[in-house]
Write a protein that binds this ligand. Structure first.
Ligand SMILES: Cc1cc2nc3c(=O)[nH]c(=O)nc-3n(C[C@H](O)[C@H](O)[C@H](O)COP(=O)(O)OP(=O)(O)OC[C@H]3O[C@@H](n4cnc5c(N)ncnc54)[C@H](O)[C@@H]3O)c2cc1C
Length: 386
């Protein structure tokens, strides 16, 4: 476990306490309604931005709090106990911060990081295309330099979180001059025009998060540029964006952790309040077993996520495999935990507004987001086999 400076530890603890307050006062009482209406209210997102959660990873020299991923584990987990859609909505800005800090030119850092730190700017992160998920060889979106500056884009993107309202999109594209994809920093000024069309995707869960599909047709964006600059950044998109995905995978693992926390809470509530067979449900061995197995896996997932977060902060060689393993194990455990808790709650897990019903719709998103679990397992195995 990394040792925080006293100042940083205080900032992280205060952020966690404020998030916990928000969870109890605002998120848990309202989430069923927001989920039903498929809306993450602007004022709620704004409060989260004002707490500093979206700018937390920005280094102090660019006006941020300079926290690490490990500092945010408890914050992201607490948000997820309320609604994983909120943790998902703040994630792309953390990815953008990581991209800029680790791979941006000094000019790009100065242009974007202070605005992220102040909360003025939220970002999107876009790799996926209609025909390309984990297989980057299938990417078709292209970009070419425009004689007057900036880039001209053609192609289609899908599942862009925050993709209707973010101020900037970090987007993987085949940029002229390299046979490998690059990460394009695309200011969103021209979004919603005829050359950059936007469509909203409807979803079974993870509702309230904008999930956009884009179509670019000779879209000229004068402010668009390659992350890291043409000399250092061209063709480096996979390395840069997969590096940032380590942060995203810890974020997704925290979504799963929050879901498991709530499954445990639902299972305990059910066991201690439901009267059955002349006593309480919690008097029976099968309820003990359900609770015991959920809590033991919860503790194992928590330990793995914290270990992965430390590795990501230290940029260790095992950060990638650990973040991947944490996201896979946490998400599979979340889906499993919903099933276990629902066995105790039975019909009380099936009403449209029942928390376990929402968690059942939300949990699979954690198995897909930031890489489908099977594709990630294949990649881990490849590493073992050389
Ligand atoms: C709600 C939601 C939000 C999302 N938000 C974003 C976002 O903000 N930005 C973004 O860019 N994307 C986003 N995504 C997309 C997500 O990252 C992709 O869906 C994910 O990477 C998986 O890609 P895919 O769905 O194309 O499936 P793939 O990974 O292509 O997998 C399809 C199938 O192929 C198999 N497979 C994969 N690789 C191999 C292989 N090497 N050999 C054999 N079989 C293989 C898999 O096991 C699976 O069965 C989001 C998705 C969802 C559902």
């Amino acid at each position: 476990m990394s040792t925080l400076s006293p100042d940083r530890a205080d900032v992280a603890a205060a952020l966690h306490a404020a998030t916990k307050h928000l969870l109890d006062e605002e998120l848990l009482p309202n989430v069923a309604r927001w989920d039903r209406d498929d809306v993450l209210p602007e004022e709620v997102l704004q409060r989260i931005v004002e707490l500093g959660i979206t700018g937390a990873l920005v280094p102090a020299e660019h006006g941020g709090q300079g926290l690490g991923v490990a500092d945010l584990v408890h914050v992201w987990r607490t948000l997820s106990q309320g609604w994983i859609s909120i943790t998902g909505a703040v994630n792309p800005t953390g990815l953008a911060t990581t991209l800029l800090v680790r791979h941006g030119s000094a000019e790009q850092q100065a242009r974007w990081l202070p605005r992220i730190a102040s909360g003025e700017l939220l970002a999107s992160f876009s790799i996926t295309e209609p025909q390309a998920g984990s297989d980057l060889h299938k990417l078709e979106t292209s970009a070419r330099p425009h004689p007057d500056g900036g880039l001209v884009l053609d192609g289609a993107k899908r599942w862009v979180a925050g993709g209707r309202s973010s101020g900037v999109v970090f987007l993987m594209a085949m940029v002229e001059g390299s046979e490998k994809p690059s990460c394009v920093i695309l200011p969103a000024d021209g979004r919603g025009t005829r050359s950059w069309r936007v469509e909203d995707l409807d979803k079974m869960g993870y509702r309230g998060v904008e999930s956009a599909a884009y179509v670019f047709e000779a879209h000229h964006e004068p402010g668009a540029e390659v992350l890291g600059g043409d000399t250092d950044g061209l063709g480096r998109g996979p390395r840069q964006m997969l590096d940032a995905l380590d942060v995203g995978r810890v974020n997704v693992a925290c979504r799963a952790l929050g879901i498991i926390d709530r499954c445990l809470a639902c299972a305990v509530a059910e066991s201690t309040t439901r009267e059955i067979a002349g006593g309480l449900l919690g008097d029976h061995t099968h309820a003990h077993l359900r609770l015991g197995e959920i809590v033991s896996r919860l503790m194992a997932v928590e330990a793995l996520v914290l270990r992965a977060a430390d590795a990501v902060d230290e940029q260790r060689e095992d950060a990638g495999p650990l973040a991947t393993a944490a996201k896979v194990v946490a998400s599979d455990t979340a889906v499993w935990a919903v099933d276990r808790a629902a066995r105790l709650a039975a019909s009380r897990s099936y009403g449209a507004d029942d928390e376990l019903a929402r968690l059942r719709r939300d949990a699979p998103q954690t198995q897909i987001g930031e890489g489908a679990n099977d594709a990630l397992l294949l990649a881990l195995a490849k590493g073992l086999l050389g």
